[in-house]
Design a protein around this ligand. Structure first.
Ligand SMILES: Cc1cc2nc3c(=O)[nH]c(=O)nc-3n(C[C@H](O)[C@H](O)[C@H](O)COP(=O)(O)O)c2cc1C
Length: 309
């Protein structure tokens, strides 16, 4: 499996970009368990160009993120060009363009999946990125189309390939679907057959059975999103560590990158995912939401999880 000139061991199973969850600490632990590639949360090219402080935090990389990938979003080719001229983006090996975000705040600005209705502009963005990326591969992540009546993933992927995209991730839902319903792997498969660049299938994969299914559908790789939340070990085919160890390792990474209060607060939403469905943790789940020190959190986790996990 190759994206541009970058080779990956097979099977290729990456962490899909996850705004609000895919912070540097979470990505690092996913890599520990074998994620082939991890992608930053989506970063606004305008935010980058205007030096928005928040974007700086989104660009942090873990030491095991090699090769690395940044996901950019925007609607104007010129801003992608300007963003890629900034030194902050030099450290990334792959540039991914978000053409799948369905959030109205984003689409109403012509960004994210709104670009699927503007394939000319989308192609111009890819071409601008290719020109500005200094030989680094540029990839695109998109959906099946805008709505059930507007499914254009095959034509769109072909156009992105023509514009220079080195790989394409297809999320098997439309914009209108958001995250509801089930991903349509038949349609993802059609895209995989239509283009020559690698297609990374995405949607509802939560284990290695799903990975096998996706590869049989003709994809070159798979991206896992929600299936990795509270389960970064989803990337490890066999390995299974006690949940407590996984959580403590995740917390220690969080503390490396964020001030303690931020790290503990960030861990709350991850803990909600880690503990979902773990029997006997109702009290612990409520407790962690009011804890603000790492030491207290570790103690609560050891007490609440020690015996059973
Ligand atoms: C909380 C959340 C945040 C997401 N953030 C992004 C993002 O920043 N960029 C992007 O391309 N997709 C984003 N997605 C979409 C996922 O990358 C993925 O395409 C989608 O969740 C389907 O895959 P899954 O069924 O494996 O979760 C997000 C999804 C969720 C649930």
């Amino acid at each position: 499996m190759k994206i541009g000139n970058i080779s990956f061991a097979e099977p290729f199973v990456s962490l899909a970009p996850l705004a609000g969850y895919g912070d540097v600490a979470f990505r690092r632990i996913c890599r520990d368990y074998g994620a082939s590639l991890t992608v930053t949360e989506m970063v606004s090219v305008k935010g980058l160009v205007y030096g928005n402080e928040k974007t700086e935090c989104l660009l942090r990389l873990a030491p095991n993120e090699t090769p690395s990938c940044v996901q950019l979003f925007g609607s104007e080719p010129e801003y992608f060009r300007k963003a890629l001229a900034l030194p902050e983006l030099n450290k990334f090996d792959i540039i991914d363009v978000n053409m799948g975000c369905p959030v109205p705040k984003v689409t109403k600005c012509g960004e994210g999946s709104a670009l699927m209705r503007e394939s000319e502009r989308a192609a111009e963005i890819v071409a601008a990125c290719v020109e500005s990326a200094d030989g680094r591969p540029v990839t695109v992540k998109h959906r099946l189309g805008y709505s059930a009546n507007y499914i254009n993933a095959v034509r769109f992927a072909e156009k992105m390939q023509e514009a220079g995209a080195a790989a394409i991730t297809v999320h098997g839902r439309t914009t209108e679907q958001g995250y509801s319903g089930v991903a349509d792997w038949e349609k993802i498969s059609e895209v995989a057959r239509a283009v020559t660049v690698p297609v990374i299938g995405n949607g509802d994969v939560a284990d290695f059975k799903g990975v096998e299914f996706a590869l049989k559908a003709g994809c070159s790789g798979v991206a896992i999103g929600r299936g990795a939340l509270g389960k970064p070990h989803v990337f490890a085919e066999e390995k299974r560590e006690p949940l407590l160890n996984i959580i403590l390792k995740h917390l220690s990474y969080s503390l490396e990158y964020f001030p303690e209060a931020v790290a503990v607060r960030t861990m709350r939403k991850h803990l909600c995912k880690y503990l979902a469905g773990v029997r006997g943790t109702k009290e612990l789940r409520m407790q962690v939401n009011s804890i603000s020190s790492a030491e207290t959190l570790v103690r609560a986790l050891k007490e609440g999880l020690g015996e059973q996990c």
